[in-house]
Design a protein around this ligand. Sequence first.
Ligand SMILES: [Zn+2]
Length: 251
Amino acid sequence: MNNNEVEIVDADIVDLTARPQQQNGGGLLDTNTDNILYLAEKADKYIAAMNRIMDAALRITNELDWVLIGGKPYLQESGTTKVARLFGISIQLIGKPTVEFDGEGYKTYTYKARFMLKDQFIECEGSRSMKEDFFAKQGKDKPLKKPDEIDERDVKMAAYTNCLNNGIKRLIPNLRNIDIDTLQRAGLDPQKIAGYTFKDGNKGGASKAAEATGLVCSRCGKAVTQKVASYSQGKFGAILCMDCQKEGAQQ
Ligand SMILES: [Zn+2]
């Protein structure tokens, strides 16, 4: 055990932190008019650039590249790949996906990838578990599907998509907070986007027939499809059938 070395290191750290700021060539920022105008101009340019990036990113996608979950748009793997290509982002998977089992035999897939933009890169992960509602839920008061009743490929694909989305959204942060109106402004028709919702009473993630979903219009009680419910949640903040949506829009 060499205590002397530790003491020397400690003393160095104290010395560094005790140094006054001015030695770094610093000083207080002068908030005179020139500097303020300079900052404002920078901010304007930044916002304009970000808007151009978002416009281009949304314009390259179509309705099939999105899915509405509970009314919130999510970019699908096809869309993420288009956006990546548009900006010259290359994606490299790191190793094979890892698989974890929980005590009941449900698997969680995790993908890891490297996202390269010019000479920089970031690394991101994406995971999905079989036990999530989207894969396992059968309906209210019904038990979750057993692991062997769930299509593993769906879970793997979703984990892969999640990984791609995490990477692209870290590079283009505004893609995180897209809503239906933003998609509409970009020329997409949200009514053509597939949708799912997980409100109580809903009988499963993938069911398409209105009656089978257990979802009803909150105004007139008519059965609605997953797609209509999800669109309406995003657009009107409530589940409404097509007729009530029209009435709501006219008011
Ligand atoms: Zn209705």
